[in-house]
Design a binder for this molecule. Structure first.
Ligand code: NDP
Length: 334
């Protein structure tokens, strides 16, 4: 089978030489396992963290090991109860065209679910937006929400749910086209291009104009210049679900002089800042599907996908995504 291995630990932004396409014999199919042919692979920002040899909430990928990733595919052979040849399943296939996986860690797709949607709007990123918004954002009608990476699978879920809950929603996105998508496709009330504002001060002025009543929820996907822009605009008792900080995934230069300012505004504004990792919340996934799957089927919640073709192109699509090259959920068709 073909797989993409971690050839070298990236320094800063990943480069092509950090990845290697390898061909290896498949492991034997043991009891309790299924052999899956991967048809769709998810590319997610968290994978950048797994490439570092650093202590985190999950083990890093070993050098030479297959890069972590969730896939959807077809069962070719099964020695696990509840799975049969021909089933469509999702599981942690990694960046590989086949995988042998424990049945207990795989899930059959509900009939009618588009396979790639299982990786985005109805999968981990959509669930992250739903769970984090309700649990840590605690939205109330009439409030204002700001979210960065707004056309991605997390940001677009957060924005649409907040709009359905009666909030004013402000998207931050990279480029005019993504801003247009944010308002026209995802229904944000306003969209601001972070690339068109050189520094945090200019970006803050634009957000302040779009948020005349201040910001009650800042959904943190990005960090960097956007965080610096938004913090002073937060209303008292505002909430910041801290989901990610993709602007810093390639490393952080010296930002420490801003830290006392940030810490102080959390205090004086009595902000709730909640870091969370979605893996702690899987017991709520069935409730998410019950709530959101009908809304997706009815078109009340919409989604976009960016499809790269072929396993060999996964590294390039991944590197582009971290810089905003994707429009919507980045998947790879294997
Ligand atoms: P996206 O598909 O939205 O991809 C990342 C996006 O980040 C890019 O498209 C780009 O959008 C934006 N971006 C990159 N660099 C910058 C920058 N310097 N400034 C502003 N924006 C930037 O990703 P997801 O929706 O999958 O994930 C969004 C966030 O949620 C990530 O931080 C991710 O790590 C996090 N996450 C956290 C989870 C958890 O359990 N805590 C679970 C899932 C995701 P644009 O071009 O619009 O700037």
């Amino acid at each position: 089978y073909r797989r993409i291995a971690l050839a070298r630990r990236p320094e800063g932004a990943p480069r092509a030489e950090d990845f290697a396409l390898k061909t290896d014999p498949l492991p034997a199919l043991e009891d309790g396992h299924i052999l899956v042919r991967t048809e769709w692979l998810s590319l997610d920002p968290y994978m950048r963290g797994r490439m570092d040899d650093a202590k985190s909430y999950a083990e890093p990928v070993a050098l030479g090991g297959t890069i972590t990733g969730q896939g959807v595919g077809t069962v070719l052979a099964s020695k696990a109860e509840g799975f049969a040849e021909g089933d469509t399943v999702t599981g942690m296939t990694g960046w590989a065209d086949h995988a042998v996986l424990p049945g207990t860690e795989c899930r059959k797709l509900d009939p009618g679910t588009p396979p790639s949607a299982m990786l985005g709007v109805l999968g981990m990123p959509g669930f992250t937006g739903w769970r984090g918004l309700h649990e840590y954002g605690r939205p109330k009608a009439g409030e204002t929400l700001v979210v960065g990476a707004a056309t991605g699978p997390v940001g677009s879920m957060v924005g649409q749910l907040a709009r359905l809950a009666g909030l004013r929603t402000i998207a931050i996105a990279g480029g005019a086209e993504k801003c247009r998508i944010a308002t026209e496709t995802f229904g944000f009330d306003a969209a601001i291009d972070h690339r068109a504002h050189d520094d945090a001060r200019a970006l803050r002025a634009a957000i302040a104009e779009a948020a005349p009543d201040g910001v009650d929820i800042y959904w943190e996907n990005v960090g960097g210049k956007l965080l610096e822009a938004v913090l002073p605009l937060m209303n008292t008792h505002g909430r910041i679900p801290l989901c990610g900080a993709v602007a810093w995934y390639g490393g952080v230069d010296s930002d420490t002089d801003r830290l006392p300012m940030a810490w102080r505004s959390i205090l004086v504004k009595r902000l709730s800042v909640n870091g969370f990792i979605i893996f702690d919340h899987w017991d709520h996934y069935p409730a998410f599907l019950r709530d959101v799957a009908p809304k997706v089927a009815a078109g009340e919640i919409t989604y976009l996908e960016d499809v790269a073709e072929g396993l060999e192109n996964a590294p390039e699509a991944f590197m582009a995504m971290l810089k905003g090259g994707n429009v919507g959920k980045q998947v790879v068709r294997i």
